[in-house]
Design a protein around this ligand. Structure first.
Ligand code: GLU
Length: 482
């Protein structure tokens, strides 16, 4: 059975690239009826952010990438949090030392710094010089008994080469002498990623490792560890990074790096998932809109690109607009409500009207605030707006029309949308003008801007009778005084 995992570090931040890795791992497992596992990689306690684990789990559950096993749901291969697995790593590290694949190193920071600065001088890549490799067992034990701190280092062969296979990048070979004896266990008893990922992927029965290409170059070392322990090597799928453009990564500072940034910007989670699926993966058809279930069916690692993916926010916005259009008006209003709270004065809301005028024009929910900005306050506007070539209107004509509209509106006892509609269309008839010639100036007077969702009728309805009359009066005064 296929078992994949998502192994984020709880840094308080779910990167879009990380979420995409999770998605691909999820799709790969589900396509095969397999299991998707969440493992929290928190061995670097300095980067740990309170609440980050909950945030990751909530996001996965929210987006539908529900983990079959993980910190809260549990499972047969737990614990799923690395800091709770310290004894496990310690045990396997000792075993690897016994097998010759690793050794204890007592070198001080001073000695290592000296080595480092020497290699800087010669321009060579820094490599630990295996100084502690040949310490006798007795010597090692004596120094441990003396309370000397030590790390455990991987014992990389100095000759030969190590190769590994990646589904996307093919076979990669490296000369062993280019690899450093990296630290596997730190002096505080915590493993490094280099060791923990191998132990956990093995013990958790992970069949396919999906992760970023930043781990590509160290994968030969991991293979040496698997071999050193006599364990089967999983299938590797290293996915290229997600970039803002050819040279820049997505960044926290630009507010374009985390899943949450996009939710805050008014994108729907379904649209984000759909978009990131296509970011670096192609279904091989022209289909662009995919539900999660459809993605499971269509997904294949063969469609993953080798090249870095460029995040195209316009494409995401376009997709988002498709998803928004497909919502029921009720659902639309549910999402929109918090933006209505910002844009509209308190009081009853005509939800039916709001969804009708806004839903077809919303690309992302944050658009709503700008689209309704005229409601709370009439914008400062110039009477030049009344001049519209196509409608053949100008301020002078507009004044007459607005005066009549004001009279008509003042007469209305029932200020429902249909009554406003009938009253204004009667006025059009009576004036023997085109709809636009009458309704355009009224809308400008009501909204103080050229582009608004909905027309004069909807604007009047949103504003209410008193405010509509007040704004029509303002317009009349403005034109008269111009
Ligand atoms: N904790 C690593 C990260 O967040 C996981 C890498 C992996 O998937 O193995 O980058």
């Amino acid at each position: 059975m296929v078992r994949t995992r998502f192994a984020p570090s709880p840094t308080g931040y779910l990167h879009i690239g990380g979420l995409r890795t999770a998605l691909y791992a999820y799709l790969l497992a589900k396509k095969d009826g397999g299991k998707f596992i969440l493992r929290i990689e928190d061995t670097d306690q300095e980067r740990y952010v309170e609440g980050a684990v909950e945030m990751i789990i909530d996001t996965l559950n929210d987006t539908g990438l529900v983990a079959d096993e993980g910190p809260i749901v549990g499972g047969d291969y737990g614990p799923y949090v690395q800091s709770e697995r310290k004894e496990i790593y310690a045990k396997y590290a000792e075993e690897l030392v016994e097998r010759g694949g690793a050794y204890k190193c007592f070198c001080t920071k001073e000695r290592l710094d000296k080595l480092r600065s020497e290699s800087e001088k010669t321009g060579d890549m820094f490599k630990y010089d295996k100084h502690c490799l040949n310490l006798s067992k007795e010597e090692v034990q004596k120094r441990i008994d003396n309370g000397e701190p030590y790390v455990i280092r991987q014992n990389i062969p100095t000759t030969g080469e190590t190769s590994f296979d990646d589904i996307i990048f093919g076979t990669i070979k490296v000369d062993n002498d280019t690899l450093d004896d990296t630290v596997l266990m730190k002096s505080d008893g915590m493993p490094t990623y280099n060791f923990a990922n191998v132990v956990d992927d093995y013990l958790m029965g992970i069949t396919h490792v999906v992760r970023g290409t930043e781990y590509l170059s160290s994968s030969p070392k991991y293979n040496l560890l698997y071999q050193g322990m006599g364990w089967d090597i999983p299938v590797y799928i290293h996915v290229p990074p997600v970039m803002r453009d050819a040279t820049h990564k997505l960044s926290k500072r630009h507010g374009d790096a985390s899943f949450d940034d996009f939710i805050q910007k008014g994108y729907l989670k379904e649209a984000i998932i759909n978009y990131i699926a296509l970011l670096g993966w192609s279904p091989g058809t022209n289909q662009e809109i995919f539900s999660l279930d459809e993605l499971i069916k269509a997904f294949s690692v063969k469609g993953i690109n080798k090249a870095p993916a460029i995040f195209d926010v316009d494409k995401l916005t376009w997709l988002n607009a498709q998803y928004i259009r497909d919502l029921t008006p009720e659902k639309y209003n549910e999402y929109a409500d918090k933006y209505y709270d910002v844009a509209l004065p308190p009081g009853e809301r005509n939800y039916d009207l709001l969804a009708r005028i806004l839903q077809p024009r919303t690309e992302k929910f944050t658009d709503i605030v700008g689209q309704l900005d005229f409601v709370k306050e009439l914008p400062d506007y110039s009477i030049d707006l009344y001049t519209h070539k196509k409608m053949k209107t100008n301020a002078e004509m507009a004044k007459g029309i607005i005066e009549k509209a004001k009279a008509v509106i003042e007469e209305l006892d029932d200020f429902s949308e249909s009554c406003i509609h009938d009253a204004l269309f009667d006025l059009v008839k009576q004036l023997e003008l085109k709809n636009g010639q009458v309704l355009y100036p009224i809308r400008i007077a009501l909204c103080g801007k050229a582009v608004t969702p909905g027309g004069a009728v909807e604007a009047a309805c949103l504003l209410g009778k008193d405010e509509s009359v007040r704004r029509l009066e303002i317009a009349i005064g403005m034109i008269a005084n111009a």
